[in-house]
Design a protein around this ligand. Structure first.
Ligand code: FUB
Length: 348
């Protein structure tokens, strides 16, 4: 996975072909988790920085240290950076790497869910609380019990239940939890501990949250994705299997689990009739963007659907310096999502 796959790209031309422009330019932002609270859009992104760490397959170059919340009154207006909402130094259990967060609201309180590595180098997921959707957020003293890996996405169902979807392979360490305990066998290879290509793929996880949104109400379950024959996707099916960046949206009573395929750079989705699945693979939402990672959220605002996503156009292709964007998303008459091509006909 060489970093410099972008030296051939004419970024001026690419920017002109792009279907959307960066929402904010004063800081680098990525992994946008968008929600509508009280009629306004709030985006919870990673805050990308260059900490000087070399690029590697375990994501050491993603060394983020704080979160900012971005707000928008509407999708045509300005995106406002509301400043620092939480810093790594304020989280007692966390040492480094504040990766992709999410947030949700309950009874007038706002909950920021975030992954970080603890002092043993193990990714866990924490919660921080605020009276305001823009923070500042006060972290709980410990990570969520039995949490692990990265990329939490917290979905509120119509009946008031909240579910956390999470996990990510390679640097996200999901493959090290296959027995239920962390496999501490040292390895710098992202492929260590993964299933073989002919075996069922590692699944994202889902757990219902307790009423106070601070704990898992149950052991996390597998988010199984089935192929067209009703068989679980295989680990070697790189263009369809789960890698990271879970999201859930509900459309016409169906549950749409969407995710990144990582090393093949697609955002794909799978549909079920309940929040636990099994889900049936249903197609691609977004074709590859500039930069290695792809990470998104899907939200309804004023009866239209939107895809929030990121790319690395502003930094001219630097993988860990990304910028958030938004574009319209459409479901067709059968409920399938129309695939979005971020640069029209421009070939990356
Ligand atoms: O931003 C750091 C990591 O990159 C996220 O947690 C992944 O989803 C990928 O976007």
């Amino acid at each position: 996975m060489p970093e410099d796959k972008t030296s051939h790209i004419n970024f001026n031309e690419l920017s002109q072909k792009a279907i959307s422009q960066p929402l904010i330019k004063n800081i680098y932002t990525a992994d946008p988790s968008a929600h509508v609270f009280d009629g306004k859009i709030y985006i919870y992104p990673s805050h990308d920085i260059d900490a000087g760490n070399a690029f590697d397959d375990l994501g050491s170059h993603f060394a983020m240290q704080d979160y900012h919340v971005i707000s928008m009154d509407n999708l045509q207006g300005e995106a406002k950076d509301n400043g620092v909402a939480l810093k790594i130094e304020e989280v007692p259990w966390a040492e480094k790497q504040l990766w992709a967060p999410d947030a949700n609201e309950k009874d007038g309180k706002y909950y920021l869910f975030f992954p970080a590595k603890d002092y043993a180098g193990i990714f866990k997921i924490g919660v921080a609380i605020s009276d305001s959707p823009t923070g500042p957020f006060k972290p709980q003293p410990d990570a969520i019990k039995k949490s692990f890996s990265i990329d939490p996405a917290v979905f509120k169902d119509d009946n008031g239940s909240y579910y956390m979807y999470f996990g990510g392979i390679w640097g996200g360490q999901l493959q090290r939890w296959r027995t239920g305990e962390f496999n501490a066998t040292a390895s710098h290879s992202p492929f260590a501990h993964l299933p073989q290509n002919h075996e069922p793929a590692l699944c994202a996880k889902v757990a219902k949250l307790t009423g106070d949104l601070l704990e898992f109400a149950e052991d996390a379950r597998d988010v199984v994705i089935l192929d067209e024959n009703g068989q679980p996707l295989l680990q070697g099916d790189n263009e369809r299997r789960f890698f990271e960046a879970s999201w859930m949206h509900k459309y016409n009573g169906k549950y749409y689990f969407s995710y990144s395929t990582g090393d093949t750079h697609f955002i794909c989705y799978a549909i079920a009739d309940n929040p636990y699945g099994p889900f049936t693979y249903s197609g691609r939402i977004l074709t590859p963007v500039v930069g290695w990672t792809s990470h998104h959220s899907i939200v309804e605002f004023k009866s239209e659907w939107y895809l929030f996503y990121h790319d690395s156009i502003l930094s001219k292709g630097i993988t860990h310096l990304r910028n958030i964007k938004v574009t319209k998303l459409e479901h067709d008459e059968n409920g399938l999502v129309k695939t979005i091509h971020p640069y029209n006909d421009f070939k990356l």
